[in-house]
Design a protein around this ligand. Structure first.
Ligand SMILES: Cc1ncc(COP(=O)(O)O)c(C=O)c1O
Length: 374
C-alpha cells in the first residue's frame, strides 16, 4: 500500500543516531540542547523538545494555566489530542467552527465563543497552512487568553513572512514519521515568552525545579531539587534529538519537494469533475504536510474505498473531534460546527511525502481521475 505519509531517512540521519548511541548520553545529554537550538533557528523562538506532539500540547496547556473551571476554544478539524490534553487537565473544550476553504479555526467563530473563562485559544495549522494569526491574536488578547498554535503539521511554514513558532504565545510541533520531519516519536514547544517556556520545561521534567534562586529550601544541600507544580516525564532522549538535528538539516529540501509535489497535483488534477483542490492564502508560505482534496457529490466514501482497493493509502483528516464517542459521552452534539462537518464529509488526503516518486504520484492521479471521470 502506498502510504499517505512516511519518513525520509538517509545516511546522514543514520550516522547521527549511531553517533548518539555511541556517546555518553542516551538521554538528558547535550544533543537535547543542540536540537532545541536547531529548532529555534527554524521556529524563530526558543524551544523545548518533548516526547511527542500530544505531550507538547499537554505541556503547553499546563504552562498556560489550563485547568478546572477554565475553557479552551479550539477547532474540531484536528487530531483528538488538541482537545483531549486540555480535558485531561480538567478544562472544558469549546469547539469553534472552521473556515470553509482552509479548514482552519475561524477567528470570528472563535471570538464569539470566548468568555471570561477562556484560558487558551488554540489554532491548528491544518495540512501545514498557517491559521489567521493576526486575527486570532486580537481574539485571544481581547479574552485575556493565551494564544496557542498546534503546528503539528506546520514546522517550516510562514505567515506574512513570519515563521510558525513566532505567531502564537506557545506553538506545538509533532515529529511523528508522517510529519514534515521525524524523530520517530517526538515533539516540541516553542514559546515567545521566557516564563511560559520555563513552565513547559518544568512540566516535561516531572515538575522539578533546580534553579537555586527559586528553591524554597536552598540550603538543604547540593543534591536538593524541588517540585512546586506537578509534571510528567515528557523528555525526548538524545538519540532522537540527534535524529531531529539531522532531519532539520534536510528541512529546506523537504519543503521544496513537498511544494513541488503539491504544485504537480494542482496541475494534474485541475479541472477534474467532482473534485476541489486545496486552498492557499496569498500571504502564507506553507510547508505542505497534507494534500487535502474535497470529493464532491457524496462520493468520498466510494473514492476512499476504491483508492484503497487500488493500493493507494489515502486518509481522512479529520473526524470532527466532538464526534468521538468520548466527547459525545461528555455531552457534545453533532451539528455544533456545520462548516467543519461539511469539510469532513468531503475531505480526502492524497499521498504526500518527500520521497514520493513522480511515477507513484502519476498512479495516484490516474486512479483518482479514472474514478471521478469514469
Ligand atoms: C494536528 C495534530 N495535533 C497533535 C498531534 C499529536 O502528535 P503526536 O502523534 O506526535 O502525539 C498530531 C499528530 O498526529 C496532529 O496531527
Amino acid at each position: 500500500m502506498l502510504p499517505y505519509g512516511r519518513q525520509s531517512i538517509d545516511d546522514s540521519d543514520v550516522a547521527a543516531v549511531v553517533a548518539a548511541l555511541r556517546s555518553d548520553w542516551l538521554t538528558t545529554g547535550p544533543a537535547v540542547a543542540t536540537f532545541e537550538a536547531d529548532l529555534q533557528r527554524v521556529a524563530g523562538a526558543p524551544c523545548a523538545a518533548v516526547a511527542n506532539g500530544t505531550a507538547a500540547l499537554h505541556s503547553a496547556y499546563a504552562a498556560a494555566g489550563v485547568g478546572p473551571g477554565r475553557e479552551v476554544v479550539t477547532s474540531p478539524m484536528t487530531f483528538v489530542a488538541t482537545a483531549s490534553t486540555a480535558v485531561l487537565l480538567g478544562a472544558t473544550v469549546v469547539f469553534a467552527d472552521v473556515e470553509e476553504d482552509t479548514g482552519n479555526l475561524d477567528p470570528a467563530a472563535a471570538g464569539a465563543l470566548c468568555s471570561t473563562r477562556t484560558r487558551a485559544v488554540t489554532a491548528v495549522d491544518y495540512a501545514g497552512h498557517p491559521a489567521e494569526y493576526d486575527e486570532l491574536r486580537k481574539v485571544a488578547d481581547t479574552a485575556g487568553a493565551t494564544l496557542i498554535a498546534d503546528a503539528a503539521h506546520a514546522i517550516g511554514s510562514r505567515y506574512r513572512g513570519r515563521p510558525v513558532g513566532t505567531l502564537a504565545d506557545l506553538t506545538t510541533f509533532s515529529f511523528f514519521p508522517t510529519k514534515n520531519l521525524t524523530t520517530a516519536e517526538g515533539g516540541a514547544v516553542a514559546a515567545t515568552d521566557a516564563t511560559l517556556l520555563e513552565r513547559v520545561r518544568a512540566f516535561r521534567t516531572g515538575g522539578l525545579v533546580r534553579d537555586r534562586a527559586r528553591l524554597r529550601h536552598p540550603d538543604e544541600g547540593g543534591w536538593h531539587q524541588e517540585v512546586h507544580e506537578l509534571g510528567l516525564n515528557y523528555r525526548l532522549p538524545d538519540v532522537l534529538c540527534a535524529l531531529g538535528s539531522a532531519q532539520l538539516r534536510r528541512l529546506d529540501a523537504f519543503k521544496a519537494r513537498r511544494s513541488a509535489l503539491s504544485a504537480r497535483y494542482d496541475e494534474l488534477l485541475a479541472g477534474v469533475p467532482g473534485l476541489r483542490l486545496p486552498a492557499q492564502r496569498a500571504w502564507v508560505d506553507p510547508m505542505r504536510h497534507l494534500y487535502p482534496v474535497r470529493i464532491l457529490d457524496g462520493r468520498r466514501r466510494e473514492v476512499y474505498d476504491r483508492m484503497r482497493a487500488a493500493g493507494i493509502g489515502v486518509q481522512v483528516n479529520y473526524l470532527p473531534v466532538y464526534w468521538q464517542p468520548v466527547f459525545a459521552d461528555l455531552g457534545y452534539r453533532r451539528g455544533m460546527c456545520p462548516v467543519a462537518e461539511a469539510f469532513y464529509a468531503e475531505q480526502l488526503s492524497l499521498p504526500l511525502f518527500a520521497d514520493l516518486s513522480e511515477a507513484d504520484q502519476d498512479r495516484v492521479v490516474g486512479v483518482l481521475r479514472a474514478i471521478l471521470e469514469g
